[in-house]
Design a protein around this ligand. Structure first.
Ligand SMILES: Cc1cc2nc3c(=O)[nH]c(=O)nc-3n(C[C@H](O)[C@H](O)[C@H](O)COP(=O)(O)OP(=O)(O)OC[C@H]3O[C@@H](n4cnc5c(N)ncnc54)[C@H](O)[C@@H]3O)c2cc1C
Length: 375
């Protein structure tokens, strides 16, 4: 797991917006575009695509923004509480995040989003190009592509693999039995309840089931009679050792022109991007990796050692058409869903887990979030 490493608590605008819809034709036709669509012949892909297009309205985008901000705030407080209580070590830092735009129109749209989010309690500032460079001097060589930006001081970074390892280790210490490389294949039902999970290694009896298997959730959900609107949105990353700290960014940077995120992470620069609607395909496309290394060379020249092993990675964002995760009870009396976190699964992980834990315990969740419907 080498995702973008951003705990992006305030930058939660959904992918489906009127602006995305307007830019779609150009994005799909440009060969170097971060967006790629390949027809796989799966009805699920077509269904997802149509629902995504329908979700590109201002009203839906505002609803999703408000819901995701509430869940992100819960996640932030849960993560901070876990760090304080358990001393988790996962290269967690708070460098702040600067999102840069290459056009006045893009910046005007960002300004509207900042105003909407200010009313919902976010602290963000719209900056000119000069202010962006003052905030992050390593962007100097890229100034010609910066019309302005949005600065969010509270944003954090974390190594997702280390965080997952730490949480797994704590869970095992508290008595959890972890079964690695053991795929769930179906369920045994008795009346309203699931009584066992079928796995490659046999049946496992259970009191409750939490379905949380990312982009594969739609397939396994069928065994529960659910049609989950979760489809993979493939992306890539590289991890570049920092060669010259003076030329490397100290803050997280998102370049909206290329849709690439840069996170300073323990002496490296995690660089991630691309959104491909190409099915469950985890192959690493060398051209995409070259796009990422070219972007680093142009944006932060001399910052990284691009001849090192850059640990190329591809992953699948479990995306819903509205960018709203599906967290709730469905499928049987003792089944809970925790899927569909799209581009924000690291950011929203601990808040979502808290909601599921409270549902399992029969408590009322602390935030009322209108999540995506499972059907
Ligand atoms: C390029 C890229 C950059 C990203 N950057 C960021 C970022 O900066 N910040 C952020 O917040 N999010 C980011 N994300 C999104 C984030 O990585 C996802 O939202 C998150 O990983 C989703 O978590 P998940 O646990 O739902 O799914 P996953 O992480 O996909 O985990 C699902 C797990 O279930 C397992 N599984 C699947 N099927 C079965 C089965 N039948 N039985 C048992 N196990 C099964 C899989 O092997 C996998 O281990 C990024 C994603 C990508 C691709």
């Amino acid at each position: 797991m080498a995702n973008g490493a951003q705990l992006s608590y305030s930058y939660v605008e959904p992918l489906a917006t009127p602006a995305t819809l307007r830019k779609m034709p150009a994005l799909l036709l440009d060969r170097g575009s971060p967006l790629r669509f390949r027809l796989t012949g799966e009805p699920a892909q077509l269904r997802w695509g149509l629902r995504f297009l329908r979700a590109c309205t201002s009203a839906q985008a505002q609803r999703a923004t408000a819901a995701l901000l509430a869940l992100a705030e819960l996640s932030r407080s849960e993560l901070h509480a876990a760090v304080a209580a358990d001393g988790l070590r996962f290269d967690h830092a708070r460098p702040g995040k600067l999102v840069v735009y290459d056009s006045a129109a893009g910046l005007a749209g960002a300004r509207r989003q900042v105003e909407l989010q200010r009313a919902l309690g976010c602290t963000q500032q719209v900056l000119s190009c000069a202010q962006c460079l003052a905030r992050e001097p390593a962007l100097a060589a890229y100034a010609a592509h910066i019309a302005g930006g949005v600065w969010t001081p509270g944003e954090e970074v974390a190594d997702p693999l280390r965080l997952a390892g730490e949480l797994a280790e704590r869970a095992a210490r508290h008595g959890a039995e972890l079964r690695w490389r053991c795929a769930a294949t179906g369920f045994m039902r008795r009346g309203e309840r699931i009584v066992a999970v079928k796995t490659a290694a046999g049946e496992v009896e259970t009191d409750a089931v939490v379905l949380a298997n990312g982009a594969a959730a739609a397939r396994l959900g069928r065994a529960l009679g659910l049609r989950l609107p979760v489809y993979p949105l493939k992306g890539y990353s590289i991890t570049v050792p920092v060669a010259d700290p003076a030329r490397a960014p100290r803050v997280s940077v998102t370049d909206l022109r290329r849709k690439i995120v840069y996170a300073p992470l323990a002496g490296t620069l995690r660089v991630a991007g691309m959104a491909e609607l190409v099915g469950h395909d985890l192959r690493i496309d060398a051209r995409r990796i070259r796009q990422l290394t070219d972007a680093v060379a142009e944006t932060f020249p001399g910052a990284g050692d691009l001849d090192a092993d850059l640990r190329p990675w591809a992953g699948l964002r479990p995306a819903t058409p509205t960018s709203m995760p599906i967290v709730g009870a469905a499928g049987a009396a003792n089944v809970y869903l925790n899927v569909g976190h799209g581009a924000l699964g690291l950011t929203l992980a601990l808040g979502s887990a808290r909601l599921v834990q409270q549902m399992l315990a029969g408590q009322v969740p602390p935030v009322a979030v209108p999540f995506a419907r499972p059907r």
